[in-house]
Ligand binder design. Structure first.
Ligand SMILES: Cc1cc2nc3c(=O)[nH]c(=O)nc-3n(C[C@H](O)[C@H](O)[C@H](O)COP(=O)(O)O)c2cc1C
Length: 350
């Protein structure tokens, strides 16, 4: 399967999911350096904030000069502000602008944004139409399979998006009421793929080569979007890429994990310029990143209790340096175990 959004080839056909508080320029850089990801997407950005030039909001839209293809995702409730937001995204230099129609958070839904739009097809159409008319760059939409189990209307909404000029849709198999739980059901995604002629990207609980190949086979999607699996294991893209090519899965040793974690810390320190901001973000990301690492809870505790950046660095170094001895001579390279979605609740879905 190949994924081409208008004339932008997404190679490989693996997309980093937008994640608020996670997929900022630094995390996306980490993923791009590791490789295997064909398209990065920013966290959701309020169109209203872009319009009003809010510094914090503009920072969320920052990207590296060599970051391409890049999609900037926006959310909002009025067609006019979403159109304006899309235009700003285009002017900032993004390759693609994406509409958030999937976020379940109360903050976003309360303003009729995110997944609430799936309950209001007329408003959704107006927003899609306005955004499409505002920009020349490719325009895509990310949604859930529906609002709830009685309203799995992603096929109809996605079709409307296509007819209004969207050039790719990404669909998370959960409904809004599933939040981040629910029982995996890919039939609705399959129905979207069957109904549309534009590319469809499948999303939800893809965490390793096996879940990726299974999702691809069950849905026939043109590409896959990976969120939490990439925070826990940013090598997941390379693993899936290898599996799709029928190549052996690359093995990641602990030294590489240590190098990437400390490199991430350096990068956020440069960005946040504050001990508190750096430590806060590092604690959050390393909490995900160290899940599945042997004795990982010790590492998480150590990082969590660090008062200073230097202390956190010492904790990471001594933990990873001591790991081979603790595991014995036959210690295996890191192979992530499949995680349960329920144990991985995002902070955004209050
Ligand atoms: C911490 C976190 C923040 C998220 N923020 C966004 C967001 O800004 N925009 C969006 O469309 N979806 C957001 N999502 C949903 C993800 O993009 C994705 O659809 C969902 O996590 C399912 O994919 P996964 O199982 O691969 O994580 C967020 C998810 C998480 C875990």
């Amino acid at each position: 399967m190949s994924l081409v959004i208008r004339d932008i080839a997404i190679e490989p056909n693996l997309v980093l999911a937008p994640m608020e508080g996670v997929t900022d320029v630094i995390f996306r850089r980490l993923v791009r350096r590791i490789g295997g990801c064909g398209l990065t997407v920013t966290e959701f950005i309020a169109a209203e904030g872009l319009k009003r030039n809010v510094k914090k909001v503009l920072e969320m839209a920052e990207f590296d000069p060599d970051e391409s293809p890049l999609s900037i995702q926006i959310y909002g409730r009025t067609p006019a502000s979403m159109a304006e937001g899309a235009k700003i995204v285009q002017d900032l230099g993004a390759d693609i602008v994406d509409l958030n129609m999937g976020c379940p958070s109360k903050k976003v839904c309360a303003h009729s944004g995110g997944s609430a739009l799936m309950k209001e097809p007329e408003l959704a159409r107006d927003i899609v139409r306005a955004m499409r008319a505002a920009v020349d760059i490719p325009f895509t939409v990310k949604m859930r399979s529906g609002w709830d189990h009685d309203h799995k209307n992603a096929p109809e909404i996605a079709y409307m998006c296509q007819e209004e000029g969207a050039e790719m849709v990404a669909v998370h198999w959960r409904t809004r009421t599933d939040k981040y739980g629910g029982v995996r059901e890919l039939d609705t995604l399959r129905a979207v793929v069957d109904k549309l002629s534009i590319p469809v990207v499948a999303n939800g609980d893809i965490v390793d080569a096996a879940s990726a190949l299974d999702t691809m086979a069950q849905t026939g999607a043109a590409g896959l979007m990976i969120g939490r699996g990439a925070i826990r294991n940013p090598w997941v893209f390379r693993e899936i890429e290898a599996a799709m090519k029928g190549e052996p899965i690359p093995e990641i040793d602990f030294l590489e994990r240590k190098r990437v974690l400390l490199g991430y810390l350096e990068d956020i320190r440069d960005r946040f310029h504050s001990e508190k901001g750096t430590l806060g973000r590092f604690k959050k990301i390393s909490g995900y990143f160290t899940k599945g690492v042997p004795y990982g809870s010790e590492l998480r505790q150590g990082i969590f209790h660090s008062q200073e950046i230097g202390e956190a660095i010492d904790v990471v170094e001594s933990f990873f340096d001591g790991l081979p001895d603790r595991l014995g001579p036959r210690h295996a390279p890191f192979v992530p175990e499949t995680f349960k979605a329920d144990s991985f609740q995002p902070q955004v879905a209050k």
